[in-house]
Design a protein around this ligand. Sequence first.
Ligand code: NAP
Length: 276
Amino acid sequence: MSSPNIYGLIGWPLGHSLSGKMHNAAFKALGINAEYKLLPLMPQYFDDFLTNLYNSGISGLNVTVPYKEKVLDLVELDTESLYLRQVKAVNTMVLSEGVWWGFNTDIPGFSRHLKENFKPWKKKIAILGAGGAARAVAYVLAKEKSAQISIFDIDKTKSAGIVEMINSLFPQFEIRAVDSVEKLEIKDKDLLVNATPIGLKSADPVLIKEEMLHKDLFVYDLIYNPAETKLLALAKKAGASTSNGLGMLLYQGMLSFEIWTGKKAPEEIMRKALLE
Ligand code: NAP
């Protein structure tokens, strides 16, 4: 048998990732001779990695922190993906006829999963965190014509960067960066999204106080492992509706799989692999 096509995830540090399980199960189910590997890449080796990428034998990549913006220098964007120059986040790359193409599947992945649970149209939104994932989240919520977004990140330059991105892509949209969790005014919001990594570790604090939450709030935590973060537990206690990010992970993964293979992703196989 010929050697398998290699796909993988680049990032640093690469903690616990479920993407390998999901993609390898899908390759197997469809009889595709391919393998998905975790490719931890220290920042000092990033330039060399890009230089050698054309001869590396790698057919496709997922990209995570801290490289989602950096890979924009390498990839071509098709006409439908040109907006990623402003979003500044590519999470999927594919080598096609000698050219590396870039995509963002977090955006449609989050959009699909959120809308299965919550209709963002005309709703008021609070976002915690302003990194790569928050950029995708803010893009979706502005595109879906939510009423307004307030965003908080400990790094003010990052939240200001999101405001700038949304202002350039959706000039009429109301978005503001705030400098504390209190100023998110969650009591007055319909949706709270956690796009920080706070909650991944059991020792992590909860960024929100219980009295900020309310029963008409939907709380979406992008974290999927643990399945119930302290934030989600607190939200449930306050009577709010909740979702973790497993559905987003599944849907973005299915779209990456389809970009790489040109085949319909086996949803149930991939979902089962994630849940296992
Ligand atoms: P990122 O680029 O590192 O962004 C996280 C942001 O949160 C950073 O700007 C960080 O600021 C900020 N932050 C950290 N602690 C904070 C605090 N206490 N208060 C306010 N802001 C804080 O990471 P990312 O790629 O956007 O990912 C964020 C989370 O989403 C991660 O947990 C990731 O696993 C999850 N995610 C899930 C999916 C999915 O499919 N479900 C997809 C993508 C990401 P500093 O940089 O200054 O620390």
